[in-house]
Design a binder for this molecule. Structure first.
Ligand code: PHE
Length: 366
């Protein structure tokens, strides 16, 4: 018979198949391939090794694939034997490949876990702890005192209408007191609020004629120009407003004495000095005995023994009206304080700028 030739695969040697003889050769070759595959899989130590074995044996151009594809060209009576052994070998190589893959992966996982091992006896690394900023500590303390007295906390926008910041608080456009608070204008009608007093006005407008009004309004305020040891163009204030029937200056005084004692201690002395604010009448500035020297006189209080902590007064009838209340029916008091100033007194800070620099060496001390 004429010998027939077929390719096992491009990777394999050409095998000349002789009828009768060829069957043996191909079957032998299949068994060899199975052993070869096993040996290579046992030696494989990475996914790349495995992939190479797969391609070499089972890939489109693979050794086994070549044989299986060549079955059609074998004499009919040989096809069944070659086919069944071929498929068995193929299944065998596939399952060995699977096993080898599990083994390689488990090995990799082991290695990874060993690398990530945690030494529970290693000394810890200290995490630097953040802490509450002295300004916010002070503000919290102030708010706590008032919340305990039944005040609610109200807020307002930092970009404020010119009307709420000035006109509605009794400071018409040409009012000289506007110069006291040099402002940042955003547009002709919008300013960065120069004080927290617009919070009063907004609150009254929103809730009039409900009584009583009893709020504290903390927030950031902006003033142009000032920038030195005791002034910053951005700082914090806290406003308070109480409106009800028959509120008197005596109530204001009592409230402020109580507040000062809770904040600075029972020994503190409180002093009222007449003053002027366009939105209160009468108005006062409130001093407490110097927290540094107790009133004897020192550099903190410039020898006076007292420190100014806030502005206060009875709400001007016009402002009550602007807020939607009838000044014939109700009266109220208001006051406003600078939080930076309180924080500086409380912690003995000599320069306001320390409060904004966020130098941890400073922050860790307070
Ligand atoms: N708004 C005033 C200021 O910034 C403080 C103040 C508030 C005075 C309320 C009286 C009443 O100086």
């Amino acid at each position: 018979m004429v010998p027939r030739e077929f390719r096992l695969s491009p990777l394999g040697a050409r095998v000349f198949c002789v009828i009768g003889g060829i069957k043996m050769d191909v079957l032998k070759r299949l068994t060899e391939l199975k052993d070869e595959a096993r040996t290579r899989l046992q030696a494989a130590s990475s996914e790349e090794d495995l992939e190479k074995v797969r391609v070499d044996f089972l890939g489109r151009e693979g050794l086994l694939t070549g044989i299986l594809r060549g079955i059609g060209s074998l004499p009919v009576e040989q096809r069944a034997d070659v086919g069944s052994l071929g498929n068995r070998v193929k299944g065998d190589v596939e399952s060995q490949l699977e096993e080898a893959r599990d083994r390689v992966r488990a090995g990799q996982r082991d290695q990874q876990l060993r690398g990530e091992g945690i030494d529970v006896t290693a000394p810890g690394r200290a995490m630097p702890m953040g802490r509450y900023h002295p300004l916010m500590q002070t503000l919290d303390e102030v708010l706590e005192v008032f919340v305990a007295m039944g005040y609610a906390v109200a807020r307002g926008p930092e970009v404020e209408s010119e009307w709420h910041n000035f006109t509605g608080l009794n400071l018409p456009a040409d009012h000289p007191a506007r110069d006291m608070q040099d402002s940042f204008y955003v547009t002709d009608e919008l300013v960065l609020r120069t004080q927290t007093s617009p919070i009063q006005l907004r609150y009254m407008q929103r809730f009039a004629p409900r009584l009583p009004v009893r709020i504290v309004g903390p927030g950031r305020v902006y003033r142009r120009g000032d920038d030195d040891v005791s002034h910053s163009p951005v700082f914090h204030q806290c406003e308070a407003l109480l409106v009800d029937r028959n509120v008197t200056f005596g109530h204001l005084r009592g409230t402020l004495m109580d507040f000062a004692r809770r904040l600075f201690g029972d020994e503190v002395e409180v002093r009222f000095r007449p003053s002027y604010f366009p939105f209160t009448e009468p108005s006062a500035e409130v001093d407490v005995s110097c927290t540094a020297c107790g009133g004897r006189g020192c550099s903190t209080c410039s020898g006076s023994g007292f420190l100014e902590i806030l502005g206060a007064g009875m709400v001007h009838p016009q402002v009550l009206k602007n807020g939607g209340y009838d000044p014939e029916e109700v009266s109220g008091f208001a006051f406003g304080m600078g939080i930076e100033r309180l924080a500086m007194l409380k912690f003995g800070i000599g320069d306001i700028r320390y409060l904004y620099e966020n130098d941890v060496r400073f922050l860790q001390q307070v």
